[in-house]
Design a protein around this ligand. Structure first.
Ligand code: ZN
Length: 284
């Protein structure tokens, strides 16, 4: 076997896993309660993107009131993230108003849930270059679009985080089957880790009478040892820690300056690099 085929370094997820699964659901609606139950039963995790000035609009797809929202997400099993205070098109208001929309949303969620909130999903998938430029200044580190990749790659730009697909995507069953039955380790060269990222609105399951879709996906992909289940924010934090690794010029030493352990595969071996640790990879 040619050794140079395994010289490349590949990120691995916590525990050395090569696959991660995450979900993203928008708007904070009553059907989220049932969705959370399905997630919890199957040991999967998701991010719920919430508005903060629409608690009195139950006729809008069954939005939860303030108390229901708090009770659904206060236990920290899942992540809460921004979706704009009023669910407006951020690209159709003056920039200062868009800033206010996000700052007010972030302030509310952080104060209410007593957590740092740094993620979001664009309402109506609406954004532009100006919005992309201001997000880092507001401390927002990732933002989800609605552009399906139909793939398992990691995002190049977390501020335009394209999901694998929506839950009604006709390709979802085949993608989920591939994700369940195959793995990057089966590839000789393209051994990059896989992320499956599914998004939607839980009220769609009621409107379309298809809760079966999410029950089937979670049943197939949940409660497995070979998949890391994480919120969007946990994936962002982990990938950021991995990308902060420092290497010697010959690539044989790696230093982890972050506060969390990271895993890396080289020459077919998986290494765990603890916080503040420097390791030397085995030559063969
Ligand atoms: Zn929305």
């Amino acid at each position: 076997m040619f050794r140079q085929m395994f010289e490349e370094k590949y990120m691995r997820f916590p525990g050395g896993r090569s696959k991660a699964l995450t979900f993203s659901y928008d708007d904070g609606v009553k059907a989220d309660v049932r969705l959370v139950e399905i997630f919890n039963k199957n040991g999967v995790k998701g991010t719920f993107n919430l508005n903060s000035l629409l608690f009195d609009c139950p006729s809008w797809h069954g939005r939860m009131d303030e108390e229901e929202t708090y009770l659904t997400f206060c236990n920290r099993q899942h992540e809460v993230a921004l979706h704009g205070a009023r669910h407006i098109f951020l690209n159709k208001v003056p920039l200062p108003e868009a800033v206010n929309e996000l700052v007010q949303n972030r302030l509310y969620l952080e104060n209410k849930f007593q957590r740092i909130v740094r993620g979001m999903a664009y309402a109506y998938n609406a954004y532009n270059g100006e919005i992309l430029n201001i997000l880092p200044q507001l401390g927002i580190v990732y933002a989800r679009t609605t552009h399906a990749t139909h793939g398992f790659g990691m995002p190049e730009n977390f501020l335009e985080w394209n999901p694998t697909c929506h839950h009604t995507d006709p390709e979802l069953p085949a993608l989920a089957q591939k994700f369940a039955s195959d793995a990057p380790e089966n590839e000789l060269k393209n051994r990059e880790p896989w992320l499956m990222y599914i998004w939607g609105h839980s009220y769609e399951f009621d409107d379309d009478g298809n809760w079966r879709i999410i029950e089937d996906v979670c049943g197939l992909l949940g409660n497995r040892e070979d998949i890391w289940y994480a919120t969007n924010g946990e994936i962002y934090d982990y990938v950021s820690a991995y990308r902060s690794l420092v290497f010697s010029i010959d690539g044989e030493l790696a230093y982890n300056p972050s506060a969390i352990p990271v895993w890396l595969e080289i020459r077919g071996k998986v290494y765990k690099i603890a916080p503040a640790q420097t390791i030397c990879f085995e030559k063969d």
